[in-house]
Each structure stands twice: as C-alpha cells, then as structure tokens.
Design a protein around this ligand. Structure first.
Ligand code: HEM
Ligand code: HEM
Length: 183
C-alpha cells in the first residue's frame, strides 16, 4: 500500500458520500420500525427500498475506495504512539469490513427469505433458494453488524474530535479540506 502526502479529492468525496449513505441506511430502517404494519405497509416498503439501495451503493463505492487506497495510498496516521496508530488502523479495517459484510448479509437474508432485492428499481437476479434457517441466522448477523456500526462510527468520530480539539493536529482538517490532491 502506498503512502500519500494528503487525501485525494476523490477519496474525500467518497468518504463523505459514504457517510451520507450510512446515515440514510440507518435512518430509514430506524424510522421503519416505528411505522405500523397494518396502516403503513406502503411507507414501510419505500423505507426498506431506500435502505437497500443506499446499502448496495455502499457496496459498489467500497470497491472504488479500496482501489483508490491501494493505487494512490493514504497519508500516514498522525501521532507517534503505537497503540494510537494500531487502533486507528484496526477501526478503519472494521469500517471496511462492514461496508462489504452488511450489503452481502442483507442480500443473502432477503433472498433466502424469498424477498426480491432491487437497486434503485433494478431487480437483482435471484441467487439463492428460499431457506428459512439461513435467513434467520444471516439476518441476526446483519442486525448485529448494523447495530455495531453505531459503536464503530461513534469511536471513529470521537477519535477525530480528540485529534482536532485535544491534540490539535490536522487529522480532521485534511479529511475536510477541498484542497486535496487532484489525482
Ligand atoms: C450500509 C449498509 C447497511 C447498513 C448500515 C444496514 C443496517 C441495518 C440495521 C441497523 C438494521 C436494523 C437492525 C435491527 O433491527 O436491530 C437493518 C435491517 C435491515 N436491513 Fe440493512 N443495512 C445495510 C445494508 C442492507 C442491504 C444492502 C440490504 C438488502 C439487500 C439490507 C436489508 C435489510 C432489511 C430487509 C432489514 C430489516 C430487517 C427486518 O427487521 O425485517 N440492509 N440494516
Ligand atoms: C461524522 C462522521 C465522520 C467523521 C467526523 C469522520 C472523520 C474521519 C477523519 C478525520 C478521517 C481521517 C483519518 C486520518 O487521516 O488519519 C477519516 C478516515 C476514515 N473514515 Fe471517517 N469519519 C466519519 C464517518 C465515517 C463513516 C460513516 C465511515 C464508514 C464508512 C468512515 C470510514 C473511514 C475510513 C475507512 C477512514 C480511513 C481512510 C480511508 O481509507 O479513506 N468514516 N474519517
């Protein structure tokens, strides 16, 4: 993996678009839980469709993000403490894992439950036969990981704020700065 001097514009854009997509995926599914099945089925279906489309877009963009990270690299984590650098890397790895694991488990349990999965209206081919046991276990994994996102992103945001306000280094600034490298 290469070492860059700063984030590329595309990397910064991908980071914040991804943040937005996570927020949409989480907000729609949380809101859906409060909509009654008896009277709000149409709204529940719309919220589910938005949740799935945002989640599948995360999956696609995760490949672009990894490709960019390998090709141009990212700047070194700021700070000298080994534990700090190691925990930042571990947390980033966990965030990359959920970017892939959530969409995959989402598609698997939906299709194993006999539900169609559509990406902005475009229906994905049915890749799995109905399997209630598989649906149940993979759904549990999806829900566990989906809820773990709050903890992971919470720690990630706390670390960014700690860098910015306590350590007063450039960690947050360089992820916000549109003066990033062109390519
Ligand atoms: C960034 C990606 C994703 C995130 C952060 C995410 C997160 C979550 C969370 C937090 C829940 C609620 C868990 C609970 O009730 O405790 C959930 C439920 C659900 N997810 Fe996802 N998800 C993502 C992607 C997907 C994808 C791609 C699909 C389908 C292809 C999917 C299908 C579903 C469905 C159908 C439910 C509702 C389960 C139910 O209660 O019936 N998700 N997801
Ligand atoms: C308000 C929300 C967020 C803030 C304030 C934030 C802040 C930051 C900052 C400051 C960095 C740069 C770290 C460095 O250069 O050492 C960074 C990197 C990173 N962030 Fe976030 N972030 C947020 C949300 C998210 C979300 C939702 C994800 C999950 C998809 C995410 C995934 C990553 C990853 C994987 C990196 C490592 C660099 C890379 O591979 O692009 N962030 N974030």
């Amino acid at each position: 993996m290469l070492q860059a001097s700063q984030y590329k514009k595309l990397q910064i854009a991908l980071h914040w678009v991804m943040f937005l997509l996570f927020a949409i995926a989480l907000a729609t599914i949380e809101y859906r839980e409060g909509v009654p099945k008896e009277t709000g089925q149409a709204l529940r279906d719309t919220l589910r469709a938005i949740h799935i489309s945002a989640g599948l877009l995360v999956f696609i963009l995760a490949f672009v993000r990894i490709e960019e990270r390998i090709r141009v690299g990212i700047p070194a984590t700021l700070g000298n403490a080994r534990w700090q650098i190691a925990s930042a890397h571990l947390l980033h790895l966990a965030l990359y894992i959920v970017m892939f694991a959530l969409p995959i488990t989402g598609v698997v349990f939906s299709q194993a439950g006999g539900r169609t999965v559509a990406f902005f209206g475009w229906e994905l081919p049915q890749m799995l036969a109905q399997d209630p046991a598989l649906r149940k276990s993979v759904k549990e994994v999806h829900e566990f990981l989906g809820n773990a996102v709050y903890v992971l992103v919470g720690l990630h945001v706390a670390a960014s704020l700690w860098h910015h306000f306590i350590v007063k280094d450039d960690t947050l600034r360089r992820m916000l700065s549109w003066r990033g490298k062109q390519d």
